[in-house]
Design a protein around this ligand. Structure first.
Ligand code: ADP
Ligand code: ASP
Ligand code: MG
Length: 409
């Protein structure tokens, strides 16, 4: 049996017209001889009646501290609604369809509600249904703990469902259908001239995804990479094969030359972060640093962009946890300087290691446009710059142009 997993994001299933297009995509896969497992996200985006954000708001407005376990139960409904509605479209066309929740699809996770990790998948039921020539629709973004409690897999987690199923079922390929043509050199909503990357390595996409290219969830890419299962990120609405994410061997099999030697793969951005700067006046600086970072870790606060200087610690946290982080610092008798409204711009490229001039291009380009770099750090694949949120879009565009990413390579 040749199995294909097709995942359709929220913006692909928001309206009846869009769902008709989804049905056509499923039909194409069936015509190509695949047994098809379809993973769907909740319908639409912010403001749409059954979108994940709308469901979150239902409880937020009443009780903002709703326990994550209860919230997960609520959020899982979005994908179930979407699956049943898509099934109705397929049934009307005469297809044989079964809808499964994450639990029924055998997706077992840990109990980290709100951001659970898939531990294993028991694909028995799906395989039985495929043998009966059914199209199986699985509600994305959800699983169940060993104890049977419903979990969700973190925002954007339907991609993870698709990859986990693809791996467990030995699928030939996992297609992630979305509202853009594929993975691009920057978010096309920000950079009009962003170019489609028709082939990329897992490694490159992992970096882009971790640094904010929300077109695919980083856990999904990591999973695919570890299990060497090819992914395609494609448009539901525009013809084309989109971006093939794999290693060289699959690329060679389907006649695509997978390169990993690009100097810069793309520019990504993450908004809604705040910089904290803490001056350490006490004599034992290292004891103070231990105190600061251990206390934040104990509170489950993830810190990023860490620069330590003698007597000063600078780092960023997500806007959502600033208040909590500042309170912790004050309890330790530190007075953090808070710089709100920051954004992180990442220049990502697996080929930049050891190549001189990348930082020079960044400072020159941002300097020319009078975009101050508030903080910067680097690894062998990425250079990060912190800028003011108001400059974020412009900084992405300026860097995209400076590295000539709009040109064919
Ligand atoms: P879905 O609902 O299909 O899961 P998402 O909203 O999660 O869709 O992801 C698709 C969006 O990702 C696009 O609409 C685009 O704005 C955004 N995006 C961010 N960075 C990139 C990038 N480098 N390439 C393509 N899309 C990107
Ligand atoms: N509906 C979920 C979200 O909005 C999962 C997904 O879209 O992948 O995060
Ligand atoms: Mg998504």
């Amino acid at each position: 049996m040749r199995i294909m997993v097709q995942k359709f994001g929220g913006s692909s299933v928001a309206t009846a017209t869009q769902r008709e297009r989804v049905c056509a995509r499923i039909q194409e896969a069936l015509q190509d001889g695949f047994s098809v497992v379809v993973v769907v996200s909740a319908m639409g985006r912010v403001g749409d009646p059954y979108a994940t954000d709308t469901l979150i708001n239902l409880t937020q407005e009443v009780y903002p501290d709703c326990p994550k376990r209860e919230l997960d139960l609520l959020l899982s409904c979005g994908e179930i609604i979407s699956s049943a509605v898509l099934a109705a479209h397929l049934l009307r066309l005469g297809y044989n369809v079964t809808v499964l929740s994450g639990r029924e699809a055998g997706i077992i996770t840990d109990n980290n509600f709100g951001d659970a990790r898939v531990l294993r998948v028991i694909p028995t039921k799906i395989l039985e249904l495929l043998k009966l020539k059914k199209i199986v629709i699985v509600a994305g973004f959800q699983g169940v703990t060993e104890e049977g409690e419903v979990t969700t897999l973190g925002r954007g987690g339907s991609d993870t469902t698709a990859c986990a199923l693809g791996i467990a079922l030995g699928a030939e390929v996992v297609d992630i259908f979305t509202d853009v043509q594929g993975i691009m050199t920057a978010d096309p909503r920000i950079v009009e001239k962003a170019r489609l990357l028709d082939q990329v390595t897992y490694y490159e996409i992992c970096h882009l995804a971790h640094q904010g290219a929300k077109v695919i969830h980083p856990h999904a890419v990591e999973m695919a990479m570890q299990n060497n299962i090819p992914l395609r990120v494609r448009s539901t609405f525009v013809e084309g094969l989109g971006t093939l994410v794999s290693n060289g061997s699959y690329g060679a099999r389907v006649g695509v030359d997978i390169r990993s030697d690009r100097l810069i793969t793309g520019i990504t951005h993450i908004a809604q972060i705040t910089q904290l700067q803490i001056t350490i006046n006490q004599e034992d600086v290292s004891a103070a640093l231990v105190q600061i970072f251990q206390s934040l870790a104990r509170a489950g606060i993830s810190v990023d962009f860490i620069n330590i200087h003698p007597e000063v610690a600078i780092f960023t946290v997500a806007d959502t946890v600033v208040e909590k982080a500042v309170k912790i610092m004050k309890n330790l008798h530190f007075e953090p300087q808070v710089r709100p409204n920051c954004a992180k711009i990442s220049v990502v490229g697996a080929g930049m290691a050891g190549i001189p001039g990348v930082m020079a291009t960044i400072v020159e380009a941002l300097g020319r446009e009078q975009i101050p770099i508030l903080q910067s750090t680097d690894s062998h694949t990425t250079i990060w710059c912190l800028v003011d949120r108001s400059q974020m879009e412009r900084a992405v565009r300026v860097l995209h142009q400076a590295f000539q990413l709009d040109r064919e390579d």
